[in-house]
Write a protein that binds this ligand. Structure first.
Ligand code: SF4
Length: 396
């Protein structure tokens, strides 16, 4: 049985009102199946009001260019020391081979993120780390001028700035001139420093993450927004995290910055092969789908019209779980990725690649129409896809 409080909160959200933190927390604390179903219905209705029934996807390629990383995040099974036998740092030729293959089968976006590798430098220049990242972008942009380069998390921006003694604005604007189009809003994890101290103690703190993202928006670089859920955080941490994202988005829009968050992506924790200490605390290895769906719906209601695009992670939830999330407030299925190492090495069962056909089939299974988009959510005319000329290009 619904309480009048929950009714009031859901009515307010559907009417376009901005929910308070206690309102969001009330929604997150519901456990009754009837209450969860009306929360789902409200999120689905708000999604329909804001963005309609269409579900989008992007043809992209993920390139994790190095797994050598100086940090030791508690959830990370991807990082390696330079001396480890399976440490890698891709040659540019390999990066270019991957990029070329993906563009030939219709990719409109190349996404690049990697470990924080102190050896990623260009010899003999003033800012060697920035030069490495900049030259990588510039070379890709020169060869693929129409491809959107979605690259480098706020943590990577801070790493470059620290290594070269630069401010964040200088790093971002230099990368922008080299061809950077947008940035992943990863490394946010949970924007609460007490959680970060346990989860990822060497990472940038919440204020620095927010500062770097705000700087990117001011400079005209769009970012995504994320939340790593389902580990040691509480519902209060989750709702405060969403509030910080929403406040930053409000500020970016109200200040007429040239960019903002393009979407929200929930990233449920996968711990199968992650470091033991956190796994022991969490007590399970795969996400609980019901919890992820509940949080997906609350995020849709709480972020309201401020962040209209919501994407589930098929890497974390599997393609069927991600399809189910379309009924809990999501309107996007993400990208083909073609390869993914960071979550798959943590033991995710969702795979590392989806064909366009798989994404379309998953969307259709939820009785929703699909459409290809670019990174910034512009629709791409379906008959213009290069895939037309490559009927066997299923990317799988
Ligand atoms: S999550 Fe990123 S920063 Fe943390 S250890 Fe892994 S690769 Fe390094």
């Amino acid at each position: 049985m619904l309480t009048t409080t929950i009714d009031r909160i859901l009515d307010a959200a559907i009417s376009g009102h901005t929910l308070s933190i206690p309102d969001g927390l009330d929604l997150l604390l519901q456990t009754d199946q009837g209450a969860l179903e009306v929360i789902r219905q409200a999120a689905d209705e708000l999604r329909k009001n804001l963005v309609g029934d269409r579900v989008t996807y992007v043809i992209n390629r993920n390139i994790n260019f190095t797994n050598i990383c100086e940090q030791h995040c508690g959830f990370c099974a991807f990082r390696r020391d330079r001396s480890d036998v399976d440490a890698y740092w891709l040659d540019w030729e390999v990066i270019f081979e991957k990029a070329t293959a993906s563009v030939q089968i219709g990719a409109t976006e190349i996404c690049m993120q990697g470990g924080l590798n102190p050896h990623a430098k260009v010899d003999g220049v003033v800012h060697p780390t920035l030069a490495y990242y900049g030259q990588l972008l510039k070379a890709l942009k020169t060869q693929f001028p129409d491809v959107h380069l979605h690259a480098f998390s706020p943590q990577e921006i801070q790493f470059i700035a620290r290594e070269d003694g630069l401010d964040y604005g200088t790093v971002i604007s230099t990368l922008q001139m080299a061809g950077l189009n947008s940035m992943p809003g990863t490394a946010a994890e949970v924007l609460d420093d007490s959680v970060r101290r346990l989860l990822c103690p060497e990472k940038i703190n919440s204020a620095t993450w927010l500062e770097i993202v705000s700087t990117a928006h001011r400079l005209g670089v769009h970012t995504t927004s994320t939340l790593l859920s389902g580990h040691i955080e509480t519902p209060a941490h989750q709702i405060h995290h969403l509030e910080r994202l929403r406040s930053l988005q409000q500020a970016s829009l109200q200040r007429n910055y040239r960019a903002a968050f393009t979407e929200f992506i929930l990233l449920p924790y996968v711990g199968q092969t992650a470091p033991r200490a956190l796994r022991r605390k969490v007590g399970r290895d795969q996400p609980v789908l019901a919890d992820a769906l509940h949080l997906t719906a609350v995020a849709r209601l709480f972020l309201g019209h401020w962040i209209p695009n919501h994407q589930p992670s098929w890497v974390k939830l599997g393609i069927q779980g991600a399809a189910t999330a379309l009924a809990w407030g999501c309107n996007d299925m993400g990208g083909t990725l073609m390869e993914e190492h960071i979550t798959s090495m943590a033991g995710a069962e969702g795979g590392t690649c989806q064909s366009v056909e798989n994404l379309q089939t998953a969307i259709t299974s939820m009785n929703r129409p699909f459409h290809q988009r670019d990174t910034l959510y512009h629709l791409i005319p379906m008959n213009s896809s290069i895939l037309k000329d490559h009927p066997a290009a299923t990317l799988g």
